[in-house]
Each structure stands twice: as structure tokens, then as C-alpha cells.
Design a protein around this ligand. Structure first.
Ligand SMILES: Nc1ncnc2c1ncn2[C@@H]1O[C@H](COP(=O)(O)OP(=O)(O)O)[C@@H](O)[C@H]1O
Ligand SMILES: [Mg+2]
Length: 221
């Protein structure tokens, strides 16, 4: 089953006189359960692409379909709820909330959604990501790798169809990077998530089922 479809995606920045095509006619699909890595040099359009996929930003042309639903055709509020339920996002800087503990960070999407907390599932993903003992620590008491594993748990907690990760290992050393990505991969395999991850780390890219390379806003095969 096709979980992600990107068709004719274009993002133009700047005024009419000097437009910058951050994304230029990008088309691809991702099947359920795939672990896709997106690579490309700095400024090639990777973050722009992920922001379109997560519905954080709107395309100038073309569209994104997640599980058959077109993001740009949703009302703002509908899109917010759809994103929360279907798209888990992991950032380079973890983006944990510093004033609440790790457990509260992980279950935050459930609280925002008014959903019940499946304590068994939270325990399972925390154990799998090796942060179970850290659940009642504050984010600042954790190492970078532990914080990123907590952020991955938060992305998994809604059991979204898709996980999007923009250079999730960009702030980690290479050994920790491999561990974090390995855990993300095992979780996505176990819980059936489709993963799209931006990375220019060659070792990390080796773990992908498929690699898409972007140059100057275009897919280069
Ligand atoms: N908000 C913005 N306004 C204008 N130009 C932008 C904006 N965001 C990104 N760009 C430009 O779009 C291009 C792609 O950027 P980005 O997607 O961040 O690349 P990457 O993540 O691959 O490094 C770059 O030339 C960048 O300067
Ligand atoms: Mg980027």
C-alpha cells in the first residue's frame, strides 16, 4: 500500500523577479513499511520537502497525499488533527519541552488529542528505545542520544502511519547516531511505520531500504 505520495511538488521562494525553486517538480511514492533516506547537499531542498510532507508549510504547486488524503485540501484545524494522528516528526534538536519530564513529553500528543494513554505501549516503546529508566527525569538530565530516543518515542506514541525525521542524528556522534537510527528502524519495523529520514551520513544511509537524492530541488536518480 502507498502511504506517501508526492506529485509535481514545487516550492518557490522570493519575489517574481528572482524566484528560487527550492523544490522543482518532485514526484515519488513510498510504500507502507519502507525506510527511506533522503540525501543531498546543504541547501538542496531536503528540509523544504519534509516541511511539505509534514504539512508545516504549503507547496506552490503539486501536492502531498498521506494515506490517500491530500494535505492541502484540508482546513487548517482538520490538518492539525490529521498531522497529530498520522505523522510523527523528529527534529535535529530533539525539541523536547524542558519544563516537563520525559514521560510527559512522550505522552503529550495523546494529551493534546484527548486520547487515553496506553501505558503498556508507552512502557514497551520506552524499553525498546532504552529510556525506560529515564521516564521521570527532566530532558536536560539526559544525554543527546537519550533525548533523541525520547523524541522518537513521542513521535511513535500516536502510532502514526508515517515518521518524518530531519537530520535526527545531526547533533550526535557517529556511534550514537548508528544506535539511534538502528532503534528507530527496529521500532518502525515492529510497529509498521513508514519512515522518511533526511541524512547526509553515509553510514546511516546504508540502513535505508531506498535512498532518494535531491540536488537543487530536483530528484537525481
Ligand atoms: N523560508 C525561506 N525563504 C526563502 N528561502 C528559503 C526558505 N527556506 C529555505 N529557503 C531556501 O531554499 C533552499 C532549500 O533549503 P532547505 O530546504 O533548507 O535545504 P536543505 O535542508 O537541503 O539544506 C535553499 O536555497 C534555502 O536558502
Ligand atoms: Mg535542512
Amino acid at each position: 500500500m502507498e502511504v506517501v505520495r508526492v506529485a509535481g511538488l514545487q516550492k518557490v521562494y522570493g519575489d517574481g523577479g528572482n524566484p528560487l525553486y527550492a523544490l522543482d517538480n518532485v514526484t515519488f511514492s513510498v510504500e507502507e513499511g519502507e525506510f527511506l533516506v533522503i540525501t543531498g547537499s546543504s541547501g538542496s531542498g531536503k528540509t523544504t520537502l519534509l516541511n511539505m510532507l509534514s504539512g508545516l508549510d504549503v507547496p506552490s504547486a503539486g501536492g502531498v497525499w498521506i494515506c490517500g488524503s491530500s494535505l492541502k485540501d484540508m482546513e487548517a484545524e482538520e490538518r492539525t488533527v490529521f498531522r497529530r494522528r498520522n505523522i510523527g516528526v523528529v527534529f535535529q534538536q530533539y525539541n523536547l519541552i524542558p519544563v516537563i519530564d520525559v514521560y510527559e513529553n512522550i505522552v503529550l500528543p495523546l494529551r493534546l488529542d484527548g486520547a487515553l494513554i496506553d501505558e503498556g505501549y508507552v512502557e514497551e516503546i520506552a524499553k525498546m528505545l532504552k529510556i525506560y529508566e529515564k521516564l521521570h527525569k527532566m530532558p536536560t538530565e539526559l544525554s543527546g542520544g537519550q533525548q533523541q530516543r525520547a523524541a522518537i518515542a513521542r513521535a511513535l506514541v500516536m502510532k502514526p502511519a508515517v515518521i518524518l525525521a530531519d537530520e535526527p542524528t545531526g547533533s550526535l556522534d557517529s556511534k550514537t547516531s548508528m544506535e539511534v537510527v538502528g532503534l528507530l528502524k527496529s521500532c518502525s519495523e515492529k510497529f509498521g511505520q513508514t519512515v522518511l529520514m533526511v541524512s547526509h551520513d553515509e553510514d546511516v544511509a546504508q540502513m535505508a531500504d531506498r535512498i532518494i537524492r535531491i540536488e537543487d530541488g530536483k530528484i537525481r536518480e
